[in-house]
Ligand binder design. Structure first.
Ligand code: ADP
Length: 397
């Protein structure tokens, strides 16, 4: 990797495409940007350099831009703004790798076809993750593309953490717990020992709380259990996803309420969670600013579920040395962190309220010096993890 070599990272969700460019052997962030509102409202692109200076901005007011249009624009933009940089790899965040893929991998057209078969396991995410891979293949076929899976970090979990109590014939079809947000947890596992070397061999529960939300138990940096399972709808309540649900509810919805599969899927993925419970918004900021008791009920339910899962994950680890908050909510919501830590006092968590209220930017400890469990905030950085993996794959090729 030479000084002018760069890795571009694409993180494509259902309504947005985020990209980052990392350059030189230390993978310094040189540019980042996003296109939002790909399908509704006014699509908006903005790109900033390492010093946050805006280096590109554009709006599309005439109909939906879509993933293909967005990628076409981004590839054009990248090619005209490379400024002497040579793109050595494009790394993609891909939500699901299925049973077969448990590490970063060079993406070929055949592999993308194979991954397409996993769409039913991640209907909201996978099609959008794969679309940009095809766009780059068409427009810049010589650039190696590397897929990094959100499931990969969890692949080494013990068998009992992965298994459902279903007949073996079903389990053998790949119906098991995979876990997600793996790139975020892998990043946390990589930086925590730098922040506190004593945590290198610790029992850590990390909570990635964004629009999607999950928790992961890590023993000496390795995932041993997680709240998300077969799909990314399991576990905690999220912005619009319901999280863990008695499977009998699904039967009831179908048998008694006559809902078909599409309606149940829409209910569980798009109409539940913070949005469903509050009836107001899926956005934590909006709920925190609201006086409506339903907003409070939604936040309380999320805090309660985090507390329950924390106990379960601490049990999986046989104890807990550190708790980490990450993701948009985990990094920013002073009150949610305070509520979770208050409920976790029984585990030995003692929050330092001054440190918590200071709402640190960057990696910071927010527990009291004598807290049995150290509490940390670690800003999510899946993109850097993807850049590191992509570079490793092309350098090993
Ligand atoms: P995604 O999972 O889509 O990447 P993010 O990690 O950006 O999402 O998290 C989005 C969530 O973070 C939203 O619920 C948003 O309201 C919440 N959030 C962002 N900033 C704050 C804040 N200052 N206080 C409370 N919640 C916040």
């Amino acid at each position: 990797m030479l000084a002018n070599d760069s890795v571009i990272v694409i993180n494509a969700g259902s309504s947005s495409i985020k990209f980052s460019m990392y350059s030189g052997p230390a993978l310094d962030l040189t540019m980042r940007g996003k296109i939002e509102n790909l399908y509704s409202g006014v699509a908006h692109f903005i790109a900033q350099d390492a010093g946050n200076k805006v280096v590109g901005e554009r709006h599309w007011r005439d109909g939906p831009l879509g993933h293909e249009g967005g990628m076409r624009f981004l590839i054009d933009f990248a090619q005209t703004h490379l400024d002497g940089h040579r793109v050595v790899a494009v790394g993609h965040r891909i939500v699901h790798g299925g049973v077969a893929h448990s590490g970063p991998i060079l993406l070929t057209a055949a592999l993308v076809d194979e991954l397409e078969k996993l769409v039913p396991l991640a209907p909201l995410h996978l099609p959008h993750n794969l679309a940009p891979v095809r766009s780059v293949m068409a427009m810049a076929p010589h650039v190696p593309q590397i897929g990094c899976f959100d499931t990969a970090f969890h692949a080494g979990q013990p068998a009992e953490a992965q298994a459902f109590a279903l007949p073996a014939t079903i389990t053998e079809l790949g119906v098991r717990r995979y876990g997600f947000h793996g790139l975020s947890y892998e990043y946390i596992a990589s930086v925590l020992p730098q922040a506190d070397p004593g945590l290198a061999h610790a029992r850590v529960v990390a909570a990635h709380l964004g629009n999607g939300a999950s928790m992961c138990a890590m023993d000496a940096g390795r995932s041993v259990a997680s709240t998300m399972g077969f799909t990314a709808v399991d576990g905690l309540p999220m912005g619009t996803r319901c999280g863990a649900l008695d499977p009998g509810v699904v039967l009831y919805l179908m048998q008694e309420l006559g809902m078909d599969v599409a309606a149940v899927q829409k209910l569980m993925y798009q109409q539940s969670g913070l949005l469903g419970v509050s009836g107001i918004s899926s956005d934590m900021r909006t709920l925190e600013q609201s006086d409506d008791p339903r907003a409070k009920a939604a936040i309380d339910l999320m805090v309660y579920r985090i507390g329950r899962e924390l106990g379960s994950l601490a049990a999986a680890l046989g104890g807990i040395d550190a708790l980490v908050f990450s993701g948009g909510i985990g990094e920013n919501s002073v009150s949610l962190r305070a509520a979770v830590c208050y409920d976790a006092a029984w585990l030995g968590v003692q929050l330092d309220h001054t440190a918590n209220t200071a709402n640190p930017r960057g990696i910071a400890r927010i527990s009291k010096a004598d807290s049995k469990v150290a509490v940390w905030v670690v800003p999510a950085n899946e993109e850097l993890m993807i850049a590191r993996h992509a570079l490793d794959v092309v350098e090993a090729a």
